[in-house]
Design a protein around this ligand. Structure first.
Ligand SMILES: Cc1cc2nc3c(=O)[nH]c(=O)nc-3n(C[C@H](O)[C@H](O)[C@H](O)COP(=O)(O)O)c2cc1C
Length: 124
């Protein structure tokens, strides 16, 4: 069983933070120790067994904090189970169909061997 899960997020207006906190709450109900932490505050991922990274979408790119996080911790992230999510589409389409990752996120997924990504509807 995975013990400790980090849900790191990059947000400007708070909706990605709320999604990350909800994910962490759900994981805690599944008997994991999960915590949602702003990506810019994370100094090391070594103490976590698995990591989820999420970012709000701005002008077709992941939030800067999420991008920097995966660059800074790339090696350690690649050694752990890793999942990505984005928050952005303002229309109902995010809940009706799977919206693929934006190109920069897709590249990071290929680089780090991430197979799963979800886009959640965001809000303004
Ligand atoms: C200036 C601006 C640019 C945005 N660009 C995109 C975009 O390219 N793609 C998208 O799906 N959503 C876009 N959005 C919507 C945001 O991603 C959405 O509001 C998201 O929930 C913001 O996340 P945050 O609240 O965590 O900062 C944009 C919003 C703003 C204000």
């Amino acid at each position: 069983m995975l013990n400790k899960v980090l849900v790191a997020y990059g947000t400007t207006n708070g909706s990605t933070a709320r999604i990350a906190e909800t994910i962490a709450e759900v994981l805690c109900k599944e008997a994991m120790m999960a915590e949602a932490v702003p990506a810019r505050s994370v100094t090391s991922v070594e103490s976590y067994d698995a990591v989820m990274v999420g970012g709000g979408l701005y002008a077709g790119r992941w939030h800067r904090d999420a991008r920097r996080f995966v660059r800074r911790h790339g090696r350690a992230l690649a050694e752990r189970p890793l999942r990505f999510f984005s928050s952005g589409a303002l229309v109902a389409s995010a809940s009706e169909r799977n919206i693929p990752p934006v190109p920069g996120v897709k590249r990071a997924m290929l680089r780090l061997g991430v197979e799963e990504h979800v886009t959640f509807g965001g809000c303004l």
